[in-house]
Design a protein around this ligand. Structure first.
Ligand code: 5GP
Ligand code: MN
Length: 334
């Protein structure tokens, strides 16, 4: 199926429709931010909107405007299924392969309503009727902003939408420092600020709202769990379920940990390996010209972006660590 440009779906939206929006499993700031920004926009346009996250919204995003309307598939499956079944249109945000929605995958694949994609990951699966896929874009939030503008609706961007868009752009750009932070991103932020957005409280809500245990856990991870391999410009942090339990944390609290090894001089490839209840999850980050998207695809059934990707392993945590180190010793990132 070839995906038609998203603006060609404009006439599907001329009368009030039932719209189902979803995003990826274990949603992050860009996933929930883009979903809620689009949710608010489509509601203003007169549609009935149902936003479904495949798993729960993490605590650091619980302040986002409209978040109480998000249906968590893991907790409210029937409600989500009814919304999907009744939907006239399906929007998929911040993922490009149904498998990234875990339990929703078979339902999305079987759904017959037109499917629209807004996403910035590499290599979209050819399963959407309409969409926009732009890996060079900083965030899905930036793309939702572009979409609203291209629909001629910039004037409809209110403070709720602005807060959601800012959050996803901020989290996906590492607070506006990654190379994807283009002039367009700064022009969008300027527009949001001109519309009255105050950014300080957003940074505080997302980054300065940790529990003391989570902060101590970072210290523990850096001292006890981080291994550096200067020969390969690489660093890894491996976290077991026992480690998380020790601090009373859950897997969401490892967010951001993967960045730390990159702050060491000479390290340009970082990997976080986390033991989850059903699988071992890997997060990859790089600086410069090492393609972690390709690395994730080749070795760990994953994908993502050039400098940020993820994958998984069905082996034990220890076997995954061993296999990773073996690959590292053969596969030189530089
Ligand atoms: P994170 O490390 O923050 O979980 O993910 C980094 C990036 O890689 C995100 O853009 C995410 O969508 C992508 N990603 C993470 N895990 C997977 C995976 O298992 N498969 C694919 N295709 N992409 C992933
Ligand atoms: Mn994103």
């Amino acid at each position: 199926m070839t995906m038609k440009p998203i603006l060609e779906a404009k006439n599907l939206l001329t009368s009030p429709k039932k719209i189902f929006i979803t995003t990826h499993h274990k949603p992050d700031g860009d996933a929930i931010g883009s979903m809620l920004a689009l949710h608010h926009y489509l509601q203003i346009k007169g549609h009935h909107v149902y936003s479904v996250a495949p798993s729960e919204v993490p605590e650091f995003l619980e302040w986002l405007p409209g978040v109480q309307q998000v249906i968590n598939y893991e907790a409210q499956a029937t409600e989500a299924q009814t919304a999907l079944h009744n939907a006239d249109i399906i929007f998929c945000l911040d993922f490009n392969d149904f498998s990234r929605t875990k339990l929703l995958e078979p339902l999305l694949a079987a759904a017959t309503a037109p499917k629209l994609l807004i996403d910035h990951h590499l290599f979209p699966k050819p399963v959407w009727d309409f969409g926009t896929s732009r890996p060079e874009k900083s965030s899905t939030c930036e793309m939702v902003y572009d979409y609203i503008n291209e629909m001629g609706d910039n004037a409809l961007i209110n403070l709720d939408i602005a807060k959601c868009l800012y959050t996803g752009a901020m989290t996906d750009t590492g607070s506006f420092r990654f190379p994807c932070t283009s002039g367009d991103v700064h022009r969008m932020i300027a527009d949001l600020l001109d519309k009255g957005l105050v950014q300080g409280p957003i940074h505080e809500a997302v980054y300065d709202s940790w529990s003391a245990d989570r902060m101590r856990f970072v210290g523990y991870s850096l001292i006890e769990k981080m291994e550096l391999f200067p020969k390969w410009s690489a660093g890894i942090i491996a976290i077991s379920r026992k480690d998380l339990k020790l601090f009373g944390l859950n897997t969401g609290d490892t967010e951001g940990l993967v960045q730390y090894p990159l702050s060491v001089r000479g390290i340009s490839f970082s990997t976080l390996i986390t033991e989850r209840s059903d699988e071992v999850k890997l997060s990859f980050r790089s600086k410069g010209d090492f393609n972690v998207n390709e690395f994730a695809r080749t070795h760990f059934q994953g994908g993502g972006h050039f400098n940020a990707s993820g994958g998984k392993s069905s082996e034990s945590l220890n076997d995954t660590i061993l296999r990773f180190k073996q690959i590292l010793s053969e596969f030189h990132p530089r």
